[in-house]
Design a protein around this ligand. Structure first.
Ligand SMILES: [Mg+2]
Length: 124
């Protein structure tokens, strides 16, 4: 899949973090992204847009990242949607729990553009 074909949904409750992720994605060649501030909003945006990659935070109000991932993984249409989690939660148990919920890869904040690029490339 080429970079232009990737429609990325960024989910994070921090507007600053959403901007950082969006800017970083643009720097590494991914120009198409939209964003949501929690899991609930993200589910609506998934339904309304043709998204083929998700980057999500864990700690968020309304519906957190773990609940969001669990919810969409229970729906067959999102079974194979690549999900990358970017979070401050760096404990081994956290990573394990996220992977069990259906996250494909995991980045602990703060992150570098190189790390983001590497993790995305591994999933597409
Ligand atoms: Mg957060």
């Amino acid at each position: 899949m080429s970079q232009e074909d990737l429609n990325i949904l960024i989910v994070d409750d921090s507007p600053t973090m959403r901007r950082i992720i969006k800017n970083t994605l643009e720097r590494i060649g991914y120009k198409n992204s939209i964003d949501a501030s929690n899991g609930k909003e993200a589910i609506d945006m998934l339904k309304e847009n043709s998204i083929n990659f998700v980057i999500t935070d864990w700690n968020m109000p309304e519906m957190n990242g773990l609940e969001f991932v669990t919810e969409i993984r229970s729906q067959s249409e999102y079974e194979n949607l690549p999900i990358l989690m970017i979070t401050t939660r760096g404990m081994k148990d956290d990573v394990l729990q996220a992977v069990q919920a259906g996250v494909n890869n995991y980045i602990v904040k703060p992150f570098t553009p190189e790390t983001l690029e590497e993790k995305i490339n591994k999933l597409i």
